[in-house]
Design a protein around this ligand. Sequence first.
Ligand SMILES: Nc1nc2c(c(=O)[nH]1)N[C@H]1C(S)=C(S)[C@@H](COP(=O)(O)OP(=O)(O)OC[C@H]3O[C@@H](n4cnc5c(=O)[nH]c(N)nc54)[C@H](O)[C@@H]3O)O[C@H]1N2
Ligand SMILES: Nc1nc2c(c(=O)[nH]1)N[C@H]1C(S)=C(S)[C@@H](COP(=O)(O)OP(=O)(O)OC[C@H]3O[C@@H](n4cnc5c(=O)[nH]c(N)nc54)[C@H](O)[C@@H]3O)O[C@H]1N2
Ligand code: SF4
Ligand SMILES: [Mo]
Length: 747
Amino acid sequence: MNQTRREFLKISGLGIGGVALTAPLFNWSNGAIASDQNPAEEDFVNRTPTYCEVCFWKCAGWVYKNEEGNIWKIIGHDEDPHCNGRLCPRGTGGVGMYYDEDRLKTPLIRKIVDGKQQFVEASWDEALEVVANNLNKVKEKYGPECTALFTHGSGGKFFGDLLRAFGSENITAPSFAQCRGPREVAFLATFGEIIASPERVDIRDTKCLVLIGSHIGENMHNGQVQEMSDAIDKGATIITVDPRFSTAASKSKHWLPIKPATDIALLLAWIHEIIYNEWYDKKYVEKYCYGFEELREHVKNFTPEWAYGITALKPHVIRETAKEMANASPATIIHPGRHVTWYGDDTQRLRAVAILNALLGSWGRRGGFYSPEKKSLPGFPHPEYPKPKKTWRDAHPGKYNLAIEVVSNDICDSTIPTPDRDCNFKAWIVNGTNLIFTLPDQRKTLEAIQNLEFMVVIDTMPMEITGYADVVLPECTYLERYDYCRTDQNREPSIALRMPATEPKYNSKPDWWIVRQLASKMGLDNYFQWTDIEQVLDWQLKQVGSSLEEMKKIGVKKFPRAYDDMYFGEGEEIEFNTNTGKIELYSTDLEAEGFDPMPVYTPHKEPDPGYYRLNYGRNPAHTFSRTANNPNLTDLLDENTLWVNPIVAKEWDLKRGQKVWLENQDGIVSTFSIKVRITERIRHDSVYMVHGFGHAEKRLTRSYGKGVSDTELITNVMTDPIMGGTGMRGNFVTFRIDNPHKEEVAS
Ligand SMILES: Nc1nc2c(c(=O)[nH]1)N[C@H]1C(S)=C(S)[C@@H](COP(=O)(O)OP(=O)(O)OC[C@H]3O[C@@H](n4cnc5c(=O)[nH]c(N)nc54)[C@H](O)[C@@H]3O)O[C@H]1N2
Ligand SMILES: Nc1nc2c(c(=O)[nH]1)N[C@H]1C(S)=C(S)[C@@H](COP(=O)(O)OP(=O)(O)OC[C@H]3O[C@@H](n4cnc5c(=O)[nH]c(N)nc54)[C@H](O)[C@@H]3O)O[C@H]1N2
Ligand code: SF4
Ligand SMILES: [Mo]
């Protein structure tokens, strides 16, 4: 059972390189990473429950400490439906977040010293006083609504409470408009329900899984990777549509190396085949769907031959894969994906995905999409929050009416003053999101920040965004704190507790504490009638028949489902939450907003000669930019490489491992260089890199200057007119062989 650090490296290495066809989708470690010695587990009575914060799958686990009281390892919680007792390499490496000596250590205030701006170390009291005064000043001058919170992660919920009490509802996360927004809006328009997280895909029981640019296996969202592995073992057919030969593609019966940006054409051709060959689920469509005749007419000419000219996929491949999906239906999943903000027509692409699932009858069916449940915990009692006089929508009346969450990039846009708008954002609270790496276009983000009167950043690391803050507050890591309990959906509802395994290192503090102090200083005590987080958690847990004491012992508590409706019953009458009460193949919502009620393919720009489409994605060992400096995970991978097709390498005379700089279509040159990896796994019209590298912040000593940041090269943003998301895959780069920054240094 005991594994050594070397074994861990070996295991994790599997998913990173080119994976042999026979290798499993992913192998899992037992969590030992922080120590070479692995005493028996029984020696460690001291274990505390947590849920992982390295990504947003939020796997529950146990934190073990060694005899000296130091955090030793984290292992998955056997009872947890999100992880089934196994953490991914990043979750295992989470201890590195605690041990990283580059962490933010104490509050910092931007001050002018000897005529120069500098960060000056401050006490918590002093720093929080500055934050409270500045936020209250903005409130007095412009109204509380001119404050926005950007947040990603658990602690942000406390700041959400604070902002609402303050009088603003402008709370936004990049996980909507830079990530899953289009799929939620598309599935809501079609089925009257969203997908949410963890995705309600019944991969465990599927017979056919179609992945469209969803690179599970590199995208390490835990439960899905496990279920996909099991499905493969049970003989499920995997169809992967990806211009790159991804890990998932290497496990697939059919790999469709589609020409980038043409997926809607493929989807329409599949819909055409399924309708005109009468392969759809007739009973299901008749009973539950609205607009079938319109759809049938709409896709009449979208034959595989038509799609071939657009996608470069052979007609017989399109037909064969359509047949495979139909044969397996309703246990077929055309996966909705997660990071789906690609080309600006993303909601329409995801509508096509939803329609295809509807035709095959997979929504509400075993092996398709199940109906999830969650156990909600009531909020701690507080007086009603003030009603804001305006929201982010007032900055652009009539825009993005179908967006179901606040659009982060729109807040950014509305922070830059324009003559026709009286309302601009004046203060940002940024908690757990590195906007410089997260939000395109970087130039706009920086311009917005320059126009702010105040910005406070709460982070664990000296990430790029902290460099622009007026005040930086060091949060302790998830291993050193309580947060609200995890209550996310799954097949079975569950609650998971996160509690501190140890005292906060340095002078860092948990968000709940920071918010509670700020509330007092801002005159909002009334909304926070508690002194300690344990009091809040215990009260919440008691409302559902548990307690903090119980949860400290068990970590995860499962609850029985309230409804016996994981799948539709045979012939069951169902009222869908759409305008027509049916699954809308023809969307009345989109029509009412003036958009195409059924998806249409429109061509996108292709690279000019000498330029290549910039493609990006995930690596199993890292999460966005947040892990790039993690001592355990940099051991596994410490920089990204540029995947280049051999034909392109030959044309440019590029050698393996050679360093190149990149220049995009707008003349933006990468700050750092990136090593070339020559591989057939990428098409000749594209290059590929893992997102999250190329850190330009020197305080990140391990990751500074390692690799290139995709974000700085994403200056062409194709905004989705339906929900405001930022399409990021329409950027093209060319190679700069000699260091383009040399001259600047010389002059
Ligand atoms: N170019 C490009 N942009 C992208 C993407 C891409 O692939 N390429 N992906 C998009 C997607 S899918 C998403 S979901 C978003 C993700 O965007 P973000 O959530 O912004 O991701 P990170 O860049 O990891 O930034 C997380 C920040 O949180 C900090 N942090 C980590 N743990 C804690 C904590 O416990 N407390 C606090 N206070 N801070 C913490 C980290 O140090 C880091 O500064 O990015 C989107 N933007
Ligand atoms: N290890 C790890 N796992 C993660 C994360 C992480 O940071 N690290 N982040 C998590 C988060 S928040 C998200 S949102 C997900 C994101 O992960 P996913 O939703 O799975 O994927 P994307 O990042 O959208 O897509 C990347 C894939 O799309 C392919 N692609 C590019 N262009 C096209 C195209 O035009 N058509 C098609 N069909 N494919 C294309 C790329 O080659 C690549 O394989 O991952 C999650 N899991
Ligand atoms: S998938 Fe990995 S990083 Fe994400 S929560 Fe689970 S263990 Fe943590
Ligand atoms: Mo995401």
